[in-house]
Each structure stands twice: as structure tokens, then as C-alpha cells.
Design a binder for this molecule. Structure first.
Ligand SMILES: Cc1cc2nc3c(=O)[nH]c(=O)nc-3n(C[C@H](O)[C@H](O)[C@H](O)COP(=O)(O)O)c2cc1C
Length: 197
């Protein structure tokens, strides 16, 4: 069993439709620890040592958040800047996260078609996430393609339910030690893999 930490960041969970649905039963999945940053640190007073200790115990780190202005919510960026530091996460002697898997689970208001060269958002998700891919590489982590759920603003409850099911399947697969995550590396969006069944 792989140990998975979900580092979750949603600044207004009470108003959330999609992320709230996704995380409903997440703590029941074997191997998964759910870590809600806005609940833990509403004043942004991140306990860096405690976060680093928690990360070291994991095999995979999953960041989950709604896409805000083509990036992550502010507390998660602050967390990254403070926790993933030189000398610990990267640089000479900075190898605390080396070999761990990393994946971003993101919900977007924009449609899949909008995240393309010809679409109104002009860039693909893989392109927009390239600083995060490079951060993972800097830390010697194994970067998986992102798991992106598009079109959340107009999503119907039945579709959310379907997404929640696939999300749990994805986490169960990742937690399965016999599953080789390298089989996913060429994909554009992990969601497509799971929606095929
Ligand atoms: C401040 C803010 C910025 C946003 N920026 C983007 C964006 O850049 N691209 C996009 O596709 N959606 C954007 N959205 C839409 C959110 O991504 C969407 O509401 C969210 O994924 C829905 O998830 P939830 O139901 O869990 O809140 C933004 C929403 C807010 C409130």
C-alpha cells in the first residue's frame, strides 16, 4: 500500500460544489490522509516543521484545489514557498522528497476546449502547470500528469457524482503498490484514463 497525502486547498469550501463532492468519502480510502490547509491554517501560520515531517512519511503527494487565475489558491502557494525549501526539498543535501510521486488534482470553471492553443484560455493545462512540473523535477519527485476536471461552473449533479467515483478509483489505484505509475506518464489528463474505465 502506498501512503498518499492529499494536500487540499479551497478557500471557500462552504460554497464549493465539485471539490466538496469529490472529498466526501476520501478518508475511507486505505492509505489516504486528507490534509485541509485552509482548515488548519486560516491565518496562514503554516507549521513548516510539522508539514515537512508529514511529507517525509508519504509515498505520494497529491495537491488538490480549484484553479484560480490559472494557478493555485494563495495559501497553497505560500505553503509551497515555505515548505519546499532549499536544503530540504532541493539543492545539495535537499533530498527529502526524492522519488516520491506527485500529482495535481484541479477543477476548472473553463471547459476542456478552452484550454488549447485555439481556445480562449490559449494554453493547455500541461503548459500552464509547467512551473509545478519543474518544481517536482527540482525536488527529484516523479511528476504524474494532472487530473483535471473541467467545466465545473455548469456541471450537473449526476456528472459530479460520476467524477467523484472516478476520483476515488484513481486514488485507490495510486495507493496500490503493484500499480506502475510510469504507465500514466504520457497522458495529457489523468481524468480521460479513468473515464474510459
Ligand atoms: C477567484 C477565482 C478565480 C478563478 N479563476 C479561474 C481560472 O483561471 N480558470 C478557470 O477555468 N476557472 C477559474 N475559476 C473557477 C473555479 O476554478 C471553479 O469555480 C472551481 O473549480 C469550482 O470548484 P468548486 O465547486 O469545488 O468550488 C475561478 C474562480 C474564482 C472564485
Amino acid at each position: 500500500m502506498r501512503k498518499i497525502l492529499i494536500v487540499f486547498a479551497h478557500p471557500a469550501l462552504e460554497k464549493s460544489r465539485v471539490n466538496k463532492k469529490l472529498i466526501e468519502k476520501v478518508e475511507m480510502i486505505n492509505g489516504v490522509t486528507f490534509h485541509d490547509l485552509y482548515e488548519l491554517y486560516p491565518e496562514m501560520d503554516i507549521d513548516v516543521k510539522a508539514e515537512q515531517k508529514l511529507l517525509k512519511e508519504q509515498d505520494a503527494i497529491v495537491f488538490q484545489y480549484p484553479f484560480f487565475l490559472f494557478g493555485m489558491p494563495a495559501l497553497l502557494k505560500e505553503w509551497m514557498d515555505l515548505v519546499l525549501v532549499h536544503g530540504w526539498a532541493f539543492g545539495r543535501d535537499g533530498n527529502a522528497l526524492k522519488g516520491k510521486l506527485v500529482c495535481h488534482i484541479i477543477t476548472t470553471g473553463g471547459s476542456k476546449a478552452s484550454y488549447a492553443k485555439e481556445g480562449h484560455n490559449r494554453f493547455t493545462m500541461r503548459e500552464l502547470l509547467s512551473p509545478l512540473e519543474q518544481t517536482a523535477r527540482l525536488c527529484g519527485m516523479r511528476y504524474l500528469p494532472p487530473y483535471v476536471i473541467h467545466g465545473t461552473n455548469v456541471m450537473k449533479p449526476e456528472r459530479m457524482q460520476e467524477h467523484a467515483k472516478h476520483y476515488r478509483e484513481m486514488l485507490r489505484l495510486l495507493a496500490d503498490q503493484t500499480f506502475d505509475p510510469d504507465s500514466l506518464t504520457g497522458l495529457e489528463n489523468l481524468v480521460d484514463q479513468f473515464r474510459k474505465g
